[in-house]
Design a binder for this molecule. Structure first.
Ligand SMILES: [Zn+2]
Length: 454
């Protein structure tokens, strides 16, 4: 059995059932699971020990929506002043040149950035499967996440309604429904591990109401429920989407998704900005979740999600960075800061605080993904956590409240150590087993190839 002791933590934020925050406690990890959280645990000779006397420790952050491949198409000048629909229409033809090697490179970049910012579980929504290209793109992601040691929820995305059928995407990135459902089945049977502490769980995720057919949505929900996997999609992101749904489908986005069987505690939506009062109540009543993406929502000028109201009503809410072309970082600490500031500005000074945001990014995310063994530090929980060094100059003078300090101070919004399932994947702010420059070089080459082919 492998044992890792995180000894004498200066300040431990557990996010456990009682939301305890503890001083001078130690955490014992045995074979990837937390077994004790106590004062004065004395190590035996064969235990690995991390001295945490100067460290603040937090549960690992859970990212509930992303598009890793977009790491190859960040900061493109032609979309910096574009809202979602024109942004997508400009980028689709570039994304149509995506290759398996590009998916692998983008995945490695995004995951490296995430774990350096304290993220331990990542979800990705991959929906671009270019025509004539090897379609085993999610397989590339699963392999890369396995190497980097990240707990992974790949969402098998899809687009089946091209421009010629009234949808938004061009034909080159649209697949046939049978092909999508067949690949979804294959991925579940090959990779989905439903057990507690699982490192990989598949999710089914048609891209949005404006890029798939109603039939695909219905059949996807049926298939997901046959296998007991979760469903995810984009919803209520922009006013353009509202208009599209009214015009093409004759109803509002949520009403349409409800009719397709897409509400329930096994469903979560990315964004969820343009919901009306009664729609928030539908989400609360059905336990349907929302992945809040504050940076992307601000960057694309999509709107402010009604998160304080959702939390008040009991809607499950997690936090997410969204794709790397609309953020353009994969930094969960930055995302938390943004969520805190956005809602203080928009809703008022007491509408949001650091602890509520941290809870969204930990327990909230675990709920969306159906992972009660994640999102908190307590005996029996997966050993997913991160440490920051309280001695950093950026934290000076902020010792009275490490949670607020984590969100609002800090040198570079980075974790010093990140641990996933007991494995130290980041130490002293660097990946422990991978060369970051090499990950960068690979992605730069893939990005260049994709942009130059045009
Ligand atoms: Zn997205």
């Amino acid at each position: 059995m492998s044992r890792l002791l995180i000894k004498d933590v200066r300040y431990l934020v557990t996010m456990d059932e009682d939301r305890r925050e503890l001083k001078d406690h130690s955490i014992l990890i045995e074979d990837g699971i937390i077994t004790r959280v106590e004062t004065d645990i004395e190590p035996e000779s064969d235990w690995e020990v991390i001295d945490a006397a100067h460290m603040w420790v937090f549960p690992g952050l859970i990212n509930t929506h992303h598009h890793f491949y977009q790491a190859l198409t960040r900061c493109l000048g032609e979309v910096q002043e574009a809202e979602l629909f024109p942004w997508l229409k400009t980028l689709y033809p570039i994304w149509a040149r995506l290759t398996p090697a590009g998916v692998r490179a983008g995945t490695r970049v995004a995951l490296a950035e995430l774990i350096k910012s304290g993220c331990t579980t990542a979800s990705d929504h991959h929906y671009v499967f270019p025509r004539g290209q090897d379609p085993h793109l999610i397989d590339q992601q699963i392999e890369a996440a396995g190497e980097l040691g990240v707990r992974f929820h790949p969402c098998r995305g899809s687009m089946s309604r091209g421009e010629d059928e009234g949808g938004l995407p061009p034909r080159e990135v649209v697949q046939k429904e049978e092909e999508i459902l067949e690949d979804s089945r294959r991925l579940i049977e090959k990779y989905h591990d439903p057990r507690p502490y699982s490192m990989c769980q598949i999710v089914l995720a048609p891209c949005s109401p404006f890029s798939v057919t109603p039939e695909l949505l219905k059949e996807t929900a049926v298939l997901a429920r046959q296998y007991g996997v979760r469903c995810h999609t984009h919803l209520a992101e922009t006013a353009d989407e509202d208009d599209y749904c009214q015009k093409e489908l004759g109803m509002r986005p949520l009403e349409f998704m409800e009719k397709m069987g897409w509400t329930g505690p096994d469903v979560w939506y990315a964004h969820g900005i343009h919901f009306q009062d009664e729609e928030l109540e539908v989400l609360a009543r059905t336990g349907t979740g929302v992945a809040h993406c504050p940076v992307s929502n601000q960057k694309l000028s999509s709107g402010v999600a009604r998160i304080p109201e959702m939390l008040e009503l009991g809607v499950p809410v997690g936090l997410a960075v969204d794709g790397s072309a609309s953020n353009d970082a994969s930094n969960m600490l930055l995302e938390m800061k943004s969520a805190l500031l956005l809602h203080k500005l928009y809703y008022g000074i007491d509408a949001m605080d650091a602890r509520k945001v941290l809870e969204m990014a930990t327990r909230g995310g675990a709920r969306l993904l159906g992972r009660p063994e994640l999102g908190s530090i307590a005996p029996g929980q997966a050993a997913d956590l991160f440490l920051v060094d309280a001695r950093r100059v950026g934290f000076a003078g902020a010792q009275s409240d490490p949670v607020t300090a984590l969100l609002t101070c800090g040198d570079a919004l980075q974790a010093d150590l990140t641990i996933i399932g007991g494995r130290v994947v980041v130490r002293e702010g660097k990946l422990t087993e991978f060369d970051e420059e090499e990950i960068n070089r690979e992605a730069v080459a893939q990005s260049r190839a994709m942009l130059e082919k045009g």
